[in-house]
Write a protein that binds this ligand. Structure first.
Ligand code: ZN
Length: 194
């Protein structure tokens, strides 16, 4: 059988078409990427579901979350897509957006940022643990989404739940935010001037 050679968009090598994949991403970019580059591509958003398995799940992690890692070469999630906010030059960050044709009516419960190795991150972890415990007990579907940014110390953190469950969680989240996020909010305000 005759194999076709394609040029990989990433390493620019000519590769047998069978040793890679054709892609079209959410920005409308399309092309061919070789297997090696595709495997080495870092994710833009990492979606972790609890009590929800109606998406194209890739694997289950040790905490029992169903995980999908989306990069610029795949369109693996039916519910969320990754968008990129460019700040300047190479700086920017990815963030999750609910797809227009998502099957579930996802609404944002928490939108925050993890500053690695900080006290702020420890506080966010406490909020996270409390919400996770609650949704586990009440069997509420949850999407926890991490997003990468050009600042390696900063990772986007978002929680989404189906709209019909929002009411049950609002009070808990308000209390948790007051307890664990007020200080973070203060620092954010100082940093961004908003
Ligand atoms: Zn390649």
């Amino acid at each position: 059988m005759k194999t076709k050679k394609e040029k990989c968009v990433h390493c620019e090598e000519l590769i047998d078409s069978e040793e890679g994949m054709y892609f079209e991403n959410d920005d409308g970019e399309h092309g061919f990427i070789c297997e090696i580059c595709e495997q080495e591509a870092e994710w833009d958003i990492r979606i972790e579901y609890l009590n929800y398995s109606d998406d194209e799940i890739e694997f289950e992690n040790e905490e029992g979350f169903e995980v999908i890692e989306a990069n610029g070469y795949n369109r693996v999630s039916r519910e969320f897509k990754s968008e990129y906010k460019r700040l300047d030059g190479w700086r920017g960050y990815s963030y999750p957006v609910v797809r227009e044709d998502a099957t579930e009516e996802w609404v944002e419960l928490v939108s925050d940022n993890i500053l690695s190795m900080s006290e702020d991150a420890e506080n966010l972890k406490k909020l996270d643990s409390a919400v996770i415990e609650f949704v586990r007990e009440n069997k509420i579907p949850l999407a926890r989404i991490y997003s990468r940014s050009s600042n390696v110390f900063s990772t986007g953190y978002d929680l989404f739940v189906p709209k019909k469950h929002l009411k049950k969680l609002e009070m808990l989240v308000r209390t948790l935010k007051k307890e664990y996020r007020d200080k973070g909010k203060y620092f954010n305000t100082v940093a961004t001037g908003e």
